[in-house]
Structures are given as C-alpha cells and as structure tokens.
Design a protein around this ligand. Structure first.
Ligand code: FAD
Ligand code: AMP
Length: 473
C-alpha cells in the first residue's frame, strides 16, 4: 500500500513525488512514456518536448543571429557563420537526456518507486497500471493526477508529422524551411517562430484573434508586436486559417481576414493553437471523478477534485499551462497530504515569453485593475536609459511597476527587454513579501545591471526616478 501514487512525471508529477518522499510518504510515480531502450521517459512535456528543448534552440539560434546581425556593432567582423542543424539538434537532445536521466537519479536518491505503464484510476484507493507486460492494480491512500497536456490538433490543418507539424515536430526540423507558416501567435508560436526566423526562415504567423497577447500589458503587447515584425516574424492578426493542404511541393494555407480569403504557400507549417489536457483512458467509468467538457479535471484552490483523496495538478487543471505553476501545485498537494498547511499564491505565478527581447510579467495589468475598480499608480523606465543595457546594445523595451494608489503595495510588474524574465522574478520576490514601490526604491541594486531598470521604475511610481523625466500615468 502506497501513501501516494503520482500519475505522470512532468514538472507537476516528478516534483510532487520527490517532495512526498522527502515528507516520509511511501510514493510511486507512474509514467507511460518510454525511450528507445524501453525505460521510463521521465520529465513530461517540459523536459522532453517543451521548456528545455525550446530554450536550447532559442539559445543556439540567438547566437547564430547575433553573430550575423550584431557582432559587427561591437567591432568584431566574422565571416558568415555556417549552420550545422544536425549538431544543433544533437546538442539539444543531449541536454534533454541529461535532465531526464537526472530525474531518474533523483527518484532513486529520494526512494520514489518508478513504474512504467499507462495508469487508470479504478477508485480513490486503486490504480491499474497497464504495460506491455500486462496489468497490475496498486493500492494507495492518495492519488495525484499530473497527466499534463498535449498539442491541440485542428481539423483544418491536420498534423502529418512531415510538413504540417505540432510544437514537438517543430523542435526537430532537419533543415531550415525556406518559408514557414505558423498558426497561432501564442507563447509557443512566437518562441518557435523566433527560432526558425533567426536561422533564416521567412516566417508568417497567422492569428485568428484581432488582439495580440491579450493577457499582457497593452503597451507592452503593442511594442512587442512592432519589434517582432521588425525582426521578421511577420505576425498577421485577425487571420483565421480555414484549410492547409499539403502536396509534394509545398503547403497551401487558406485564411480569412475581414471577409477576404487569402492563400499562402509555405514549405512547413507549425500548428500552435494551444494544448488540451490528457485525461483520455485515465478513469474507470465507476471512479466518480468529474471531467469538464474540455477534458480538464475541475479542482478547488487546493487542487482537490470532487473525489476525496484524489488530487489533480499542472496542465490537467485550470490556470496557465506553465511548468513552475505545475510544480508548485504538486508541492502544495503533497504537503497537504502530509498534514501541513500549504497553499498556492496564484496571483504571483509569473509568465515569460523567451523571445529576444524577453517578455515577462507578474500580477495584475492596468486593465485588470481598472476592471476591478482598484485605484493604482504606475512607474515606467525604458532600457534605453539603462547604462548596462546600452553597453550591451540591448536597449529595446521598458519595465513598468504598478502599485496600489493608497497603500503603494506592488500589484504588478511588466517588462519587455533584456533579461526581462529574471528582472520580473525580482518583482515576484518583492510581491511575495508584500513590498511597496517605496521598498523596492529603497533597495540597493548593483551598478551597472539591467535590474536597475526595475529600481528606477519603482522609484518612478512615486515620481522619484533619477535617470529619466518621471513618467507618471
Ligand atoms: P506534462 O509535462 O505534460 O507531463 C505529464 C506526463 O504525464 C507526461 O510525461 C505523460 O506521458 C504522462 N501521462 C499522461 N497520462 C498518463 C497516464 N494515464 N499514465 C501514466 N502517465 C501519463 N512552461 C514554462 O513554464 N516555461 C516554458 O518555457 C515553457 N516552454 C514550453 C515550450 C513548449 C514547446 C511547450 C509545448 C510547452 C512549454 N511550457 C513551458 C509548458 C510546460 O511544458 C507545461 O506547462 C508543463 O510541462 C506541465 O507539466 P505537467 O507535469 O502538468 O504535464
Ligand atoms: P495559445 O493557446 O496561447 O498557445 O495560443 C494559440 C493561439 O492560436 C490562440 O491565440 C488562438 O486564437 C490561435 N488560433 C486557434 N485556431 C486558429 C486558426 N484556425 N487560425 C489562426 N489562429 C488560430
């Protein structure tokens, strides 16, 4: 009898399993994916086909485009760099293997029992594991569902894994497509579009909605759209793809915009229209667990499902599909199983788009606050006025701090610029401790760092920025 069975070994599941074991709970983690040798393929989407391989390619492609476009600005002339895609992919795959085998090592070190097979929940105390060797039923006091999500397939552009691919296929092209189409200007479409655009593809992004990055700060979204179009991403809003037909030569993508129908010819097409939860064949029909019409498992703020002792975390439940959100939910749940007081600060889950420059934010936008009738003040600071950003030739973008008008408590930090993810992370720490804009203003920042832009934006909230005429709303 286990104390906890975790289903799925992505960032939600493997982190939950390790913490459960640290807390003295007898824990098993069931994973259905396996590698070429028949061993468990741990790490889920994030380590295998998501966060890590995409960042490996973003980094490689950034170095390539930097060498071509920016090194000469530093007085360094290089002959045109030569691309070796096979080596770039090999490097990416090596990083993935290092991390996924690392999870296996962590399981051993933490005494988490690793089980290979497809898990099916019979009831709140029984999980059936189906593998090539047959099936067995395990007994447990608690079940944590961490089965994650998979790319959404749309009938108008069916994935054929040759020239019409999902995000997984887009991490494995063996050459740079001359013309690349992308359906969806979400985070994944923008990151993968950046990779291939930097490596030389002519990229066209088709987005059905009229608004770009609706979840981000409005001015940041506007500036980002302009910057990405300048970089050659060619983002077309209000363009709904109605068909994609692949023949031997190319793919004809048809889309509608303002009542007009347009055709686009591309060599490869990435479908990046979102992800759906993995709940297929997960539940025995008598287990009583609810699933909503989109396949998500409904949970409360503590990730409790409608069945006692069954919990669900990560991409398979509501909220942003982000690895760090998934992991923190996993930790919260097993701590609660162990009888500890634990909760998630959902308002403080940061978001990042790992393009160049990066886009990142945490907390509320001005639009959220206006809609909620909360009075606020803002301070902004452009990277063009930050010495370090200028020294590295990375001066596009700005940072904005939003604070409560009366209490000065920081309610949001939004950035677009160099190291935006790491700078916003400092805002997350400040907000976790309930800091005011004044607190951040009183904090000493190393000089010269791009983080000083956060310091100045916090000072600007109360009209005290030093290196710029104070921008107040
Ligand atoms: P998953 O990582 O999807 O893991 C679920 C696991 O459960 C899988 O291994 C699956 O095989 C297994 N499983 C499913 N059903 C069963 C079953 N019945 N029995 C046994 N095992 C089962 N997020 C970020 O925060 N930062 C990023 O930079 C980022 N980049 C991304 C880039 C791309 C291209 C993609 C696709 C995603 C990216 N994400 C990023 C999102 C991130 O990968 C997910 O939010 C995260 O992996 C969710 O974790 P999870 O554990 O809930 O699910
Ligand atoms: P995300 O869910 O953030 O990954 O973003 C996916 C994006 O794809 C959303 O902004 C959708 O509006 C967009 N999308 C979905 N279907 C289509 C379609 N047929 N044509 C163009 N864009 C689409």
């Amino acid at each position: 009898m286990y104390d906890v069975i975790v289903i799925g070994s992505g960032p939600a599941g493997y982190v939950a399993a390790i913490r459960a074991s640290q807390l003295g709970l007898k824990t098993a983690c069931i994973e259905k994916s396996f590698d070429a040798d028949g061993n468990s393929q741990l790490g889920g989407t994030c380590l295998n086909v998501g966060c890590i391989p995409s960042k490996a390619l973003l980094d490689s492609s950034h170095r390539y485009s930097d060498a071509i476009n920016h090194l000469s600005n530093h007085g360094i002339e290089v002959s045109k760099p030569k691309l070796d895609i096979a080596k770039m992919m090999e490097r990416k795959n090596k990083i993935v293997t290092q991390l996924t085998t690392g999870v296996s090592g962590l399981f051993k070190a933490n005494k988490v029992t690793q089980i290979l097979g497809h898990a099916k929940i019979i009831d709140s105390n029984h999980v059936e594991v189906i593998s090539k060797d047959g099936s067995e039923t395990l007994e447990t006091k608690n079940i944590v569902i961490a089965t994650g999500s998979s790319p959404i397939n749309i009938p108008v552009a069916e994935i054929n894994n040759k020239d019409i691919v999902d995000s997984t296929g887009a991490l494995e092209f063996d050459s740079v497509p001359k013309k690349l189409g992308i359906i969806g200007a979400g985070v994944i479409g923008l990151e993968l579009g950046s990779v291939w655009s930097r490596l030389g593809s002519e990229v066209t992004v088709l987005e059905a909605m009229d608004e770009f990055l609706p979840m981000a700060d409005k001015r940041i979204a506007k500036d980002v759209l302009k910057e990405f179009n300048t970089q050659g991403l060619n983002i077309n809003l209000g363009c709904k793809v109605t068909s994609a037909i692949s023949n031997k030569k190319d793919i004809t993508v048809t889309y509608e915009n303002n009542g007009n129908t347009t055709e686009l010819k591309v060599d490869k097409l990435i479908v990046a229209v979102g992800r759906s939860p993995n709940t297929e064949n997960l539940l025995d029909k008598n287990c009583g667990l609810s699933i909503d019409e989109k396949g998500f498992i409904p949970v409360n703020d503590f990730c409790e499902t409608n069945v006692q002792n069954i919990w669900a975390v990560g991409d398979v439940v509501r909220g942003p599909m982000l690895a760090h959100k998934a992991s923190e939910e996993g930790i919260m749940v097993v701590e609660r199983i162990a009888g500890k007081h634990a909760e998630m600060e959902y308002d403080l889950v940061p978001s990042v788009i790992y393009t160049h420059p990066e886009v990142a934010w945490v907390g509320q936008t001005e639009e959220d606050l206006s809609a909620a009738g909360i009075e606020f003040k803002t301070g902004s600071f452009p990277f063009a006025a930050n010495g370090r950003a200028l020294a590295s030739g990375e001066s596009a973008g700005f940072i904005k701090v939003i604070a409560d008008k009366k209490t000065d408590t920081i309610l949001g930090v939004h950035a677009f610029g160099p190291s935006a993810a790491d700078i916003v992370q400092q805002g997350v720490v400040a907000m976790e401790f309930g800091a005011s804009a004044e607190d951040l203003g009183l904090t000493i920042f190393s000089h010269p760092t791009v983080s000083e832009a956060l310091h100045e934006a916090a000072l600007a909230v109360n009209g005290q920025a030093i290196h710029i005429g104070n921008r107040k709303k």
